[in-house]
Design a protein around this ligand. Structure first.
Ligand code: ADP
Ligand code: MG
Length: 401
């Protein structure tokens, strides 16, 4: 595995860094700059080493063409504030502005290129189209650093193809993520407890499948609970249900029983007769998980379940948590998620939070991020890693010249 030192003396070298700067925006106001903050140390390290730093990143999902709503200009400005030095901004990614901006950099200076997804070559499924765009990106630089963990599971030009064209290294952020995720998959300290929630069981099947063979306990909450409850023969009312996954969930229950993995499902559920909306006050009610009324839907795990889950976490030496326990965006249904987050802050071993909404839940519920062992910056990437898949953006660095 090759860190920044593998690139040698960086003084005067143009280094292209792929960062994950995909922050939420309200107009041009950044509402959570967590990903920019997480990207600063690698950019700082490169600038301090005398490199001419060129940052490439995406924002949102523009359709392969420039769209002012997704400009990285406000992100470049915020990066400058966090770095404490001016950051130049190119109004295109590989065009005249990018070339001129890069040419004007002196050692230790930093530039941000406009949204890499303004170019259709970035995400093209056609290797030749992607490759041609990667050639243009690579022509701007002498070396490449991959530091956008949130995108390393994507086979995209600025993540994958460019690493085949330049001497490449892993940035500190990606290295840290990979190191933590390896501790969850290779010989984890035990007891190893996995907590899964979120909206859809079908998003997490690969993870459940892979971790059922590795974890000691699997705690299930969130919207995926109801497909498991249905697999046990319970009525789930109007709750989220993926009927086509009932058999799969039944298989997981049987496998857990056969292999001695403790699979905990909630025994009580917080229900309401409608999904939360702005024009109606929630009317939460706690019911047994085996008796969800036909006119209700489950929106959080109940207090007895939250306490049981917390107890199952108390002696954990390794924890991976992905997916909120309920519709935490509405305070009336946030208690289950809060209880899990609280329990994670107290575990004796390594606690890892993965997933965009889970990380957001930890922050919006007011927890101190440093109370957790690690909060992953990349939801999809961490899940694919835990499914046991090879991540293209990591694999390509291992083959790099
Ligand atoms: P992550 O981004 O952490 O991987 P997911 O995207 O899988 O998490 O799921 C997050 C969403 O799941 C949240 O928006 C939350 O409101 C929703 N959710 C949790 N519990 C339920 C439930 N019982 N019914 C419907 N949605 C739920
Ligand atoms: Mg999500």
């Amino acid at each position: 595995m090759s860190g920044l030192e593998s690139l040698g003396d960086l003084r005067g070298k143009r280094v292209l860094v792929r960062s994950d700067l995909n922050v939420p925006l309200a107009g041009t106001t950044i509402t959570d700059d967590g990903r920019i903050r997480a990207s600063v140390p690698t950019i700082r390290a490169l600038a301090d080493a005398g490199a001419r730093v060129i940052v490439t990143a995406h924002l949102g999902r523009p359709k392969g063409a420039p769209d002012p709503a997704y400009s990285l200009a406000p992100v470049a400005a915020r990066l400058g504030e966090l770095l404490g030095q001016p950051v130049a901004f190119a109004t295109d990614t590989v065009g005249e502005s990018a070339e001129a901006t890069v040419a004007a950099l002196t050692d230790g200076q930093v530039a941000v290129l406009e949204n890499v997804r303004f170019n259709e070559g970035e995400t093209s499924k056609d290797d030749a189209v992607r490759g041609a765009f990667a050639d243009q990106l690579a022509a701007l630089a002498d070396a490449f650093v991959s530091d956008g963990f949130g995108v390393v599971h994507r086979k995209q030009a600025s993540v994958y193809d460019v690493a085949q064209r330049l001497p490449s290294a892993m940035g500190g952020l990606v290295a840290k993520e990979v190191d933590v995720l390896r501790r969850l998959t290779v010989d984890p300290a035990r007891p190893y407890v996995v907590v899964l929630g979120g909206s859809k069981v079908s998003d997490k099947l690969g993870v459940i499948d892979n971790l059922l063979g590795k974890a000691d306990r699997l705690l299930i909450g969130g919207g995926m609970v109801f497909t498991f409850l249905a697999a046990q023969g319970h009525e789930v009312g109007k709750s989220l249900l993926e009927a086509d996954q009932i058999e799969t969930c039944r298989g997981y229950l049987e496998r857990a029983a056969a292999t001695g993995v403790e699979l905990l499902l909630p025994t009580d559920i917080v229900v309401d007769t409608e999904f939360p909306s702005a024009d109606r006050d929630p009317q939460p009610e706690v019911v047994p998980a085996s008796a969800i009324p036909a006119d209700s839907l489950g929106l959080d795990i109940g207090p007895a379940s939250a306490a049981a889950f917390a107890a199952a976490l108390a002696d954990a030496q390794t924890v991976f948590w992905n997916g909120p326990m309920g519709v935490f965006e509405t305070p009336a249904f946030a208690d289950g998620t809060r209880a899990i987050a609280q329990a994670l802050t107290a575990v004796p071993g390594l606690s890892v939070v993965g997933g965009g909404d889970s990380a957001a839940a930890v922050r919006t519920l007011g927890f101190d991020e440093t109370a957790f062992g690690h909060i992953s910056t990349g939801g999809g990437a961490s899940l694919e890693f835990l499914e046991g898949k090879e991540l293209p953006g990591i694999g390509v660095l291992e083959q790099s010249a």
